[in-house]
Design a binder for this molecule. Structure first.
Ligand SMILES: [Fe+2]
Length: 346
């Protein structure tokens, strides 16, 4: 496999979508082969290897995406498969993941998101199949994920929270034009933002069913400071620690622990504050059901200039218009993967 230019088989019966997406992926450095029918895709899979297969679900009114998925699994088990659909339903996403798809994206698919999804999936597949090709950056990523998984272990309902938070922060940072160094530090803070939870004296109420008592809530509220302190013995992590410490502050000064206000909170911290709340509201927790997209949007719109900085929030709301349904499905998928959520209770 050529690491620099992954080969992608793109399958869609809408010719316009197929050609535009193909051209955009090629522009981003992929070698792309197009197929308009599932039969053609299966023939191509039998014919030659691909690093990734990206397929539509519905072809001329028939749900044939599963056929591409199973052909990929049997003919090219080394390839990663990603499904795209205009009619996302959580059940479909869960089924697709169970059938071996690494992701399930809502159409119209953002080519930047698709490219990032393919790159990540191909890289993870390569790491798992060819350990001798693992780079130093791969290992840094693996260790970063282990940090977030360690945090998530004390509260299984937060499975995937760190990685999702990191991804959404990266989107906002890109749209706000944040420089690369700040973005990288923000991503590390997103991974580690709840680090302090593992140091809390009593962990049982993190998974408590029902609301916390005032005393328990006060104890949980210590986690941003505790996390920043625990990470803070390394001067190189000073910015990361600052963002971790700020992740529950609010634009209007009503957050915690320091009740920082407006520009007292760093630009990166203001991004993390928005994303942290979004992902928490839209994830099932031991004490609450996940919020719907409408309810979440209403809440965020009402919080402009209150909990959140208006400029960051505007960028985030634009991203939600595009990715909202998909970002709402993501926590359920991660909880499924972690075995926290069975379908009956979902
Ligand atoms: Fe937190």
């Amino acid at each position: 496999m050529d690491q620099a230019t992954p080969s992608v088989l793109l399958v869609d019966d809408e010719v316009g979508t197929l050609e535009i997406m193909g051209a955009l992926l090629e522009k981003q450095g992929f070698r792309v082969t197009l197929a308009r029918e599932t039969r053609e895709a299966i023939r191509l899979l039998a014919d030659r290897p691909f690093d990734a297969v990206v397929s539509d679900v519905v072809f001329e009114g028939n749900e044939e995406g599963g056929e591409v998925l199973s052909a990929c699994r049997s003919l090219r088990p080394e390839a990663v498969s990603i499904l795209m659909t205009g009619h996302p339903r959580i059940e479909n996403a869960v089924d697709a993941i169970r059938e071996g798809a690494v992701d399930y994206l809502q159409k119209p698919v953002d080519p930047v998101l698709l490219a990032a999804t393919i790159q990540r999936a191909v890289r993870e597949r390569r790491i798992s199949r060819r350990p001798e090709e693992v780079t130093f950056n791969d290992m840094v990523d693996i260790l970063s994920n282990l940090v977030s998984q360690t945090i998530e272990r004390v509260d299984p309902y937060t499975a995937g929270h760190g990685e999702r938070t990191r991804r959404y922060c990266r989107f906002i940072a890109r749209d706000l034009g944040l420089d690369q160094q700040t973005t990288e530090r923000l991503e590390l803070a997103a991974i580690a933002h709840d680090y302090g939870k593992i140091y809390l004296e009593d962990l049982s109420f993190l998974t408590k069913k029902g609301p916390l008592t005032p005393a328990e809530y006060k104890m949980v509220q210590r986690h941003p400071e505790v996390g920043a302190e625990s990470l803070g013995s390394h001067p190189q992590l000073a910015d990361v620690c600052r963002y971790v410490a700020e992740h529950h502050e609010k634009w209007d000064g009503t957050g915690y622990p320091l009740r920082l206000k407006g520009g007292q909170i760093s630009a990166a911290g203001r991004i993390l504050c928005v994303v942290e709340v979004f992902d928490s509201l839209t994830t099932k927790r031991s004490y609450k059901a996940p919020w719907s997209l409408d309810k979440t949007l209403d809440f965020f719109e009402a919080q402009s200039g209150r909990s959140f900085e208006p400029e960051v929030l505007d960028v985030f709301l634009r991203l939600l218009e595009r990715h909202g349904e998909e970002w709402l499905m993501a926590p359920k998928r991660d909880l499924e993967r972690a075995g926290v959520l069975d379908r009956a209770s979902a």
